[in-house]
Ligand binder design. Structure first.
Ligand code: HEM
Length: 432
């Protein structure tokens, strides 16, 4: 099966190594996060302020989520938006190397709590994220396309810049300066990172890839036009109220929860009415991700209405698991199972046609990564999410099974992605 690609500028596609090096490294960080948790044990993972949780969080936010999203941006910007990036191969290699090194340094900094590691991590991550932000801001603001995806991407990159700045301020707090109020700053960094950067980018990409790859109707133009701006304004009002009117933070917070609930329900509705009703593992990953998004938003609203209902520590851990692993992790995995087979199919076609070797010997997208292999990953991911949620309540019983399952899920994802790469190399070796 190949999607309708009429709207893509396929001739602009960058070399396969550009996105793939990010996609293949990401599950490695997912495995590392789970192994690290197994190593430090449940005693240092019981509250969001403990070093184990902070290291785990950044292995997932920077090592997994940002890694995939950076790779996807290198691929999607030229192809979806039609903007040619200058020298994508060396720039992507530079960013990939620094993002990898910076994530490892920040993990060490949290675990060892030493100033020198924090400073090293801050320098390397500023170079990595800074280069990414400058490269893509420059390209996006030059883009002639007026598609709402471009607007969402611009705002997502802006949110990433704010997340980085807030992250650097938080690093300062770890290097001896007297920073207050720290908790408010962490919540701001978290919101700009997860809702602004991750949320807006996934929403912007969904506008295009959900209708194209899942054969659904288009998102309503009003929603596409306003959603990113509303989220941005709510994030700004939330930040201002956090700093100046803390008793009113619930208002923009509730607005953000409702905005993402609206997005999740709209997407579920489009998917339920999709034209092609064949089983599709990507759609099932989306169902899982959107369900977790709805649960996270509902949990936040419930906590505002009745804070005494759930223990604060448990609420934080549940929210983090639902957003990081359940929602963003599942949606991104689902997207990878479309983007990677599509890229392998596209590059094989191009290479064989250029070498005048094309004889219909290019596998379909479903043959590049078999549906049943991707589905095994989906089940493991869903079980890992459930075990992590339950493990927060009964750590003595479920912490280790949860982290083992999470490690296994990422390992399977890596195996599936490597399988696609092996197939690509095999076909080229046989035919050229
Ligand atoms: C780009 C994506 C990023 C995301 C989504 C993200 C997310 C988060 C989250 C969710 C927390 C709160 C953790 C918790 O409550 O347990 C946090 C805390 C923190 N982040 Fe990030 N982060 C990102 C990038 C960065 C960067 C680039 C740096 C450093 C330059 C950084 C440094 C920190 C620090 C120092 C803390 C606070 C730790 C503490 O003092 O308790 N983050 N981040």
């Amino acid at each position: 099966m190949t999607p309708s690609t009429a709207l893509l500028s396929l001739e602009q596609t960058p070399p396969l190594s550009v996105p793939l090096r990010f996609f293949i490294t990401a599950p490695l960080f997912g495995i590392t996060a789970a192994l690290l948790a197994l190593w430090v044990g449940p005693d240092t993972m019981g509250s969001r302020w403990q070093p184990g949780v902070l290291a785990f969080t950044h292995l997932l936010t920077l090592g997994y989520l940002a890694m995939v999203m950076f790779g996807a941006m290198f691929q999607l910007l030229p192809v979806l938006v039609g903007v040619q990036l200058r020298r994508p191969a060396p720039i992507s290699a530079f960013i990939h190397l620094l993002l990898t090194a910076g994530t490892v340094l920040l993990t060490l900094a949290f675990l060892l709590d030493r100033t020198i590691w924090f400073i090293a991590a801050a320098v390397v991550l500023t170079l990595a994220l800074g280069t990414f932000i400058v490269t893509f801001a420059h390209a996006l603001w030059r883009a002639r396309s007026t598609h709402d995806t471009v607007c969402a991407m611009k705002l997502a990159v802006t949110a990433l810049a704010i997340t980085l700045l807030l992250g650097l301020l938080l690093v300062l707090a770890h290097t001896g300066s007297d920073m207050a109020p720290l908790h408010a700053l962490i919540d701001l960094h978290l919101a700009w990172g997860l809702l602004g950067w991750v949320g807006l980018l996934l929403v912007g990409v969904a506008y295009q890839v959900v209708p194209m790859f899942q054969i659904t109707a288009e998102y309503a133009p009003q929603l596409r036009r306003w959603f990113s701006w509303v989220v941005l304004l709510l994030l700004i009002s939330w930040s201002l109220s956090f700093l100046h009117l803390p008793q009113l933070t619930w208002l923009p917070g509730a607005g953000l929860a409702l905005a993402f609930i609206l997005f999740a329900l709209t997407t579920l509705r489009l998917q339920r009415r999709r034209l092609r009703r064949l089983p599709d593992v990507t759609v099932d990953f989306w169902y899982l991700g959107l369900t977790c998004l709805l649960l996270a938003a509902g949990l936040w609203l419930l906590h505002q209405a009745a804070p005494q209902l759930i223990r604060l520590q448990l609420y934080h851990l549940w929210w983090g698991v639902l957003v990081l692993v359940g929602a963003a992790g599942a949606v991104i995995s689902g997207m990878l199972y479309k983007i990677v087979p599509f890229l392998i199919w596209l590059h094989l076609n191009n290479r064989l046609q250029q070498a005048a070797q094309w004889q219909g010997n290019v596998p379909t997208m479903r043959q590049v990564i078999a549906e049943r292999h991707a589905r095994r990953h989906l089940y493991l991911h869903a079980v890992a999410t459930l075990l992590l949620l339950l493990g927060a309540v009964w750590p003595a019983w479920l912490f280790y099974p949860a982290m083992f399952t999470l490690a296994a899920a990422y390992a399977l994802q890596m195996w599936n992605l490597f399988g696609a790469l092996r197939l690509y190399r095999e076909i080229l070796r046989q035919t050229m």
